[in-house]
Design a protein around this ligand. Sequence first.
Ligand code: AMP
Length: 228
Amino acid sequence: MAVDRTDMRIIILMGAPGAGKGTAATRLVDRLGCRHLSTGALLRESVENATEAGREAAVYIEAGNLVPDALISRMVVDEIMSGDSGLFLLDGFPRTIVQAEILQQTLASVGSSVAMVCNLDVPRDVLISRLSGRLVCPRCGDGYHVVTLKPRREGYCDRCDIPLVQRDDDTMETIIRRLSVYEEQTAPLIPWYEERGLLWHVKGDRQIDVVVAEIAEKISEYVTDDSL
Ligand code: AMP
């Protein structure tokens, strides 16, 4: 029997590297209690566990390139289809038009669709300064910044109380590469989702609490059923 996912609501968080997708997603999940998938985190976990997919993805991630569409789409579809329906927050996927098409077809095949796409708009100089000063918790994945988003205890995660680290792909060379990959391959998704009436822009270069409150309010306007 075909799986019925008509009550699944997919919300996509889009934005350039450093736009704050991960930080906003973590806080939205705390607030809304919804399911969440970060493809960057999923890939880093696969690399760490040296799975077959992880070994294939590692080369691309290290160079600041996107991993192949087929590989990441397979992982995302498996995650979406396993577990409960309801509200599902996607962060870092899709990143190409091919991925968006795969997502659309997969959701259509189970009677669902993307509910809304939130694009975090952040100027390039702010992205570079955020990425180059970013620290992350190796356990929970929460992000901090050496100047603008300091942890309570310097160098330690507020949640896990273990030392924060810099991501391997947050070196200046890889940051510049990731930003140009974003412009070439991911930014075309903005008009793609705009044409479908799904895109909503949020100014992402403000205090994270303000950004999150705005997104949460918008999500509750769009998703007015009992999945919230
Ligand atoms: P992020 O943590 O979202 O910045 O992702 C880190 C890296 O994982 C990216 O630079 C890509 O190499 C890879 N990645 C994450 N999501 C995707 C995706 N949807 N498509 C292809 N590569 C991805």
